[in-house]
Design a protein around this ligand. Structure first.
Ligand SMILES: Cc1cc2nc3c(=O)[nH]c(=O)nc-3n(C[C@H](O)[C@H](O)[C@H](O)COP(=O)(O)OP(=O)(O)OC[C@H]3O[C@@H](n4cnc5c(N)ncnc54)[C@H](O)[C@@H]3O)c2cc1C
Length: 593
């Protein structure tokens, strides 16, 4: 029996980027705000001092910072004809856990989506015909929000993070050196681009030669000392190359800890409770109002925490599972196409081309999470898709995110074709090529499909006896055609870089949960203009339970060809503004702009 606690005004579930932003934004209202985070407290610089944060075995192979799948996992299958099995080791995506969430060990690649991405259905249907958005059983939708509406909130996140970059479109004027395809920005980036290393410079030269438009990748790694509008101070990045999957011990990567905590933890009306795993959202007898959550603490005791409003920030997979376990919204049924909770789960499709030189020393260990050059010529609808048989696209980048020898060179097999995967020949190939190789990566969109979704597993349960989340996901022809096209364009650039040899690694076959790809899971709690086709409105507010808000990339109706977090943050800022200006004055369903 759960012990009931005193009510708080605002309750945040989970404490990563989304909840930390929301807490900071709502703190000014003076309302009592409580965040429940299932895992431990951590403050990056203190807990991850540079002296021991570069331990690849501990942080990468033994997955020290990520969700412990022996405690909680999900089941996986490619399609409904298969039986889903529990994921017993993290692979394709790395679920965050602990204060700051995955924001602690992200790369800091900070992207805005294209204006046309938010109109994926109507824009593509108009340009390429209605069949372009329904072929391959696609269930593509418009977002209900536009780039223009999100632009000021993207800007707020850029300023929070000190994003380093070069604008390509300032108030409609195309700017030299930036991304000419991006939507109009009202302001230049808050910091100049990171100084470029050798390999991305070679990439940019080659990309220009073949007629593309290279620009510096937008980065949440500091190109210079930076003080954000909340007064948090970050230091210039030293290019140690331990960003992704590691915490930065140098205050040089934008994370919730470095950008928000110095301000947030001075607020007397904000409290964070760690070791508090939320099991369920409890509704009133009409099922129209969330009254509390039930959580378990580190000693296994159950508590009921009542709240005026509940905001889920537990990451998309946990948010969707909590909705399903709590009976909120109609679960999606892939047979009938009815229901919305769990619908349109999507992901990202990636591929790569390695280049190997004899005469160029590239020093791959000089890196940062978002250090590199990129072309966006083949993202979204930046090119004519007529006759290509797919919609969407992705970017092609040469990033020197890291040269970590154990993970990157051993794990990713950056060795020439026909090298064995282990043994003396492999070692000799690594030794020969380590300093003289680099990787061009493609990062592609995944459209929503009728057969890709999330639901509760009928067989497997967690330690509390609750059904696990079940993921049913595979790539379809749209993704494969698009990714092959991107890999070919990356190969064009690789050839123009004039290496000794190159090795293309296209993404073939079904999606596999084994190799790491990205932690860019999306959908399942999708946003939209009507309750018939979405779980939340454009303010992340549940259509069914108006005092419940669901933050995060679960809201994406499909996944564009960019990293998600800046858009997740922009949607969170927009929701926070609507909560302050509308919801708190008249709690209830928000009027859509
Ligand atoms: C290795 C890696 C690199 C990445 N790099 C990039 C990048 O460069 N650019 C980019 O855009 N994105 C990147 N991402 C993705 C990015 O980190 C996420 O989009 C972002 O952190 C999501 O924020 P969130 O608040 O939705 O969830 P999270 O950061 O996952 O936070 C959710 C929190 O909720 C807690 N929680 C979960 N369930 C419960 C529960 N039941 N009760 C209580 N607490 C709970 C978790 O412990 C966690 O702390 C990367 C991710 C990873 C793993």
């Amino acid at each position: 029996m759960a012990t009931k606690l005193p009510e708080v005004d605002i309750l945040l579930v989970g404490f990563g980027w989304t909840s930390a932003i929301m807490a900071q934004e709502l703190a000014e209202t003076g309302l009592s705000i409580l965040a429940l985070e299932r895992s431990a407290w951590r403050d990056t610089p203190a807990d991850m001092a540079p002296t021991f944060d570069q331990d690849e075995l501990r942080y990468y192979w033994r997955q020290h910072l990520f969700q412990n799948v022996s405690h909680d996992t999900l089941t996986i299958r490619n399609n409904t004809s298969q039986t889903a099995l529990p994921m017993r080791r993290l692979g394709s995506f790395l679920l965050g856990t602990g204060v700051g969430g995955a924001g602690v060990h992200w790369n800091g690649q900070i992207w805005r989506f294209l204006p046309s991405d938010f109109l994926a259905k109507s824009h593509n249907a108009q340009r390429y015909g209605p069949q372009s958005v329904t072929q391959y059983d696609m269930t593509v939708q418009d977002w209900g929000v536009t780039y223009e509406e999100l632009e000021p909130h993207y800007d707020t996140f850029d300023k929070l993070c000190g994003t380093a970059g070069k604008a390509g479109n300032l108030r409609g004027q195309i700017q030299p050196g930036g991304n000419p395809f991006e939507g109009p920005r009202q302001n230049e980036f808050p910091a100049p681009p990171l100084p470029m290393t050798y390999a991305p410079t070679l990439f940019a030269k080659a990309a220009s030669e073949v007629g593309y438009h290279p620009f510096p990748h937008p980065a949440g790694n500091m190109s210079q000392p930076y003080q954000n509008p909340l007064g948090a101070q970050l230091g210039q990045c030293t290019y140690c190359g331990f960003c992704e999957k590691f915490a930065c011990g140098n205050y040089s990567k934008a994370t919730p800890q470095t950008t928000l905590f110095p301000s947030l933890f001075t607020k007397p009306n904000f409290t964070l409770k760690t070791g508090a795993e939320v099991l369920k959202i409890n509704l009133d007898s009409n099922g129209k109002r969330a009254v509390s959550v039930t959580y378990v603490d580190g000693e296994g005791r159950e508590w009921e925490q009542p709240a005026g409003a509940i905001l889920l920030g537990a990451y998309i997979l946990h948010n969707v599972r909590l909705l399903l376990l709590s009976g909120i919204g109609k679960p999606y049924n892939p047979q009938t196409g009815e229901g919305v909770v769990g619908k349109n789960y999507a992901y990202q499709i990636t591929s790569s081309v390695h280049v190997f030189y004899d005469d160029k020393i590239l020093n791959p260990f000089i890196g940062a999470g978002a250090l590199g050059m990129v072309v966006d010529d083949f993202n979204g609808d930046n090119f004519d898709h007529s006759g290509k048989g797919f919609i969407g696209g992705g970017y092609i980048a040469l990033l020197t995110t890291n040269g970590r020898p154990v993970e990157w060179y051993a794990g990713s097999h950056i060795v020439p074709k026909d090298t064995p995967n282990w043994g003396p020949k492999w070692k000799a190939a690594v030794a020969k090529n380590y300093l003289k190789s680099a990787t061009l990566a493609t990062h592609g969109a995944v459209m929503s499909h009728r057969g890709n979704y999330l639901d509760l597993d009928p067989t497997y349960r967690d330690i509390y006896g609750r059904p696990m989340l079940r993921m049913t996901f595979d790539y379809t022809d749209n993704e494969h055609k698009m990714s092959d096209f991107l890999t070919d364009r990356a190969t064009d650039i690789a050839k123009a870089m004039r290496p000794r040899e190159f090795r293309a690694n296209p993404r073939k076959g079904s999606w596999s949960v084994v190799p790491y790809q990205t932690t860019h899971n999306t959908g399942g709690a999708i946003m939209g203009a009507t309750p018939q086709d979405s779980v939340v409105n454009t303010y992340m507010q549940s259509w069914d339970v108006p005092n419940l808000f669901v933050m995060g990339a679960g809201a994406f109706p499909q996944n564009p060809g960019y990293n998600p977090t800046a858009t997740v943050a922009a949607l969170t800022y927009r929701a926070a503004a609507a909560i302050k200006s509308q919801y708190l004055k008249a709690p209830g369903a928000l009027v859509q702009a």
